[in-house]
Design a protein around this ligand. Structure first.
Ligand SMILES: [Zn+2]
Length: 358
């Protein structure tokens, strides 16, 4: 081996060594846009919770990953697809995330009900809080084997939630610190009533192995809240303040030193952000359509790792998709891989801003 080559190899080994230490470590943040696909969440006319949560989550994620070089943002979804509640937690646990934040918009039968609240995981005897958790948990009935996934608890039965009375939240203090920062930061710019920080048994939070919160950003059923949260400029302001609060938590509560990107890199990203093309296209490989959702014993789960496939509901059928690519050529390469598994009719589908682009 030539000296030059030896040198290269050594540099490479040193690089690996350094990066396995804290120098190169990234803070892993999972952002969860509530609902999606066949589950619209709360609805008022043609306004759907799933759209508001997705656009906010993408905005918050963009701000954080454009500002800091040592943060890794993982989204549970980046498009309008259905993801089971248990899968959202699984994504966070599997990626050894440091923090999990789930975004929602509330709804009530009373048009008077309004305000902003942040939940941490825990049991409660307060009926109103439990009802919020039940409303959010009820989407579990769309899922296969939901009783199994949530330890036999029927999401719609108040009695079932007694099972949570033994639940111990080892991340409670940190979760409350984040909830507090998020609430204060939001109320600096948003005219929401402060409903406070509460504990309730949310399916999406209780198996998370890291600090986690669920934010209810106003009530879609209340005119004042709805008008504010559906306004794009307000959403941008809110996303910035939420990103600030999360960064503040990471640095000051989790004691993780976030490193800002160089000014040049940030400027490049900002000019990209101002560009219309910022609404990035995301590619998936669609390989199967079905009238029903497959259980995890289906052949597709033998052909592909379960975290690489998902589905969305379109034209009354479930479309199964593989991967997630921001680069078209990468999707093209993987298309052959999918076809080689016997899905000869597989093709690439595009999504922009959570919507399928035809
Ligand atoms: Zn929700």
């Amino acid at each position: 081996m030539s000296n030059k080559l030896k040198m290269k190899k050594l540099t490479f080994i040193i690089f690996i060594f350094i990066c396995s230490n804290t120098f190169c470590q990234k803070y892993i943040l999972v952002l969860d846009a509530g609902h999606g696909g066949k589950d619209p969440g709360a609805v008022y006319g043609n306004i759907q919770e799933k759209d508001i949560t997705l656009s906010l989550v993408l905005e918050v994620g963009n701000i954080l990953s454009n500002t800091y070089e040592n943060i890794k943002v993982i989204y549970t979804r980046q498009s309008d697809i259905f993801i089971p509640l248990i899968e959202r937690t699984r994504i966070a646990n599997k990626s050894h995330a440091n923090l999990f934040v789930s975004f929602h918009v509330n709804a009530s039968k009373s048009i008077e009900a309004n305000g902003y609240e942040v939940f941490v995981m825990g049991n409660t005897k307060v009926k109103a809080w439990l009802e919020t958790a039940i409303a959010e948990n009820s989407v579990a009935i769309y899922e296969e084997n939901y009783l199994e996934s949530y330890d036999g608890i029927d999401p719609n039965s108040i009695e079932g939630y007694i099972a949570f009375s033994l639940y111990q939240n080892q991340f409670l203090n940190k979760s409350i610190s984040l909830a507090d920062k998020v609430t204060n930061s939001t109320l600096q710019i948003a005219p929401f009533t402060n409903r406070g920080i509460k504990q309730a048994p949310f399916f999406v939070l209780y198996k998370a192995t890291m600090p986690s919160i669920l934010i209810e950003m106003g009530f879609i059923s209340n005119q004042h809240d709805r008008e504010w949260i559906t306004n794009k400029d307000n959403q941008k302001k809110l996303a910035q303040n939420l990103a600030n609060a999360i960064a503040d938590y990471i640095v000051n509560v989790d004691n993780f030193p976030l490193k800002e990107k160089s000014i040049l890199a940030t400027q490049n990203q900002l000019s990209k952000a101002n560009d219309e093309t910022n609404e990035e296209l995301i590619y998936y490989i669609q390989f199967l359509s079905s009238n029903e959702i497959f259980t995890n014993t289906h052949k597709i789960y033998k052909d592909f790792p379960s975290d690489s496939i998902s589905y969305y509901f379109f034209n009354n059928t479930y479309k199964y998709i593989y991967g997630e690519f921001t680069d078209y050529n990468q999707a093209r390469q993987k298309l052959n891989y999918v076809k080689d598994k016997g899905y000869n009719d597989a093709f690439i589908v595009k999504f922009r801003n959570g919507k399928r682009v035809l």
